[in-house]
Design a protein around this ligand. Sequence first.
Ligand SMILES: [Zn+2]
Length: 289
Amino acid sequence: MQRVVVVGGTHGNELGGIYLCRKWTPAPRYWQNYPFAVETYLANPKAIDLNQRYVDQDLNRSFRSADLANPDLSSYEAQRARLIASDLAGADFIVDLHNTTSNMGLSLIFSGTDSFGDPLIRQLCAHLVQSEPLVHVYHMPVPAEINPYLPSLGQRELTLEVGPMAHGTLRADLFFKTEKLVQTLLDYLADWARGEAHTYQGELTIYSHVQSLDFPRDANGDLAGMVHPHLYGRDYKAIRNGHPLFVTFEGRELLYQGSEEVYPVFIDEQAYYEKHYALSLTRKVQIPI
Ligand SMILES: [Zn+2]
C-alpha cells in the first residue's frame, strides 16, 4: 500500500467531509509516520463554492467506465470525473466522505461485489465497529463495469456516510466523530501495512442491500405521502410484515408487506427525493471475519 486518498466534497453541500479535508490540508504532521502517503482531495470545487450537491449532474454517479471513456460527455461533472479518474489512478485506498440527512450514524458503505472477500476489509470493519457504537457496515454491491461511484477508482474503496446532518450545514459532534473514525482507519491501515495489525475472530454484522423504495405517488407522479412517523429516524432498526412505511396526506397508512425481517436505511434522505428513493431495505447478515 503506497497511496491512500481521503476525498471530501464529492457532493458540494456535504460539509463534514469538505471541512475535514480542509482541516487536514496541509497534512497533519503525524501522517509522516504512516508507511504510505495520505492525501486529501476535494472532488467537486464548483459545487462546493455553490454549497449545492452538484452543478449539472450527480458527480457520484459519473464514474462508469464507459462514461469515463466517452469524450462527448461535456457536463461539468462528466469532465470533472475524467480529471478525477486521472488524478486518483493507482490509488490503493480511497475513502470518500459523505453526509446524509438520514439517521445512519457512521455508515461504512462498500460497493464492490466481492468487498468482503478481502481479509483487510473484514478486519478493518471489525476494528471500526468495535471502536465506535454508531458504526454500521452496509454492502450495496454493483458490478465493476457499471459502478458509478467515485471510490471505485481505488484498488480498495470505502464510502463513509455520516448523519443525520442537514445538507449545507455542519454538526460538531458528528464532525469530530468522523475525524476520529478516519484517523482510526488510517492507523489501522498503517498497522496492517507494517504487519502489526490486531486481528479479530468471530463474526461481522453486515447490512446487505435488498431494494430501494419510492414514496407513494399520485397519477401525475407527485408525492402522495411521507415517511411514516413510526419509521422516521429508525435506520438500521428491524421491521416486520405490517410495520408502517408511509402515511398519505389524507392520513392513510401504507405498511411493509414481506415475510422477511428487513432493516431500512437512507430513510428520507433529502438528496434521494430526486432519485425517487424514500428509503432502502437491507438484510442483516453475519459473516465470518
Ligand atoms: Zn453524498
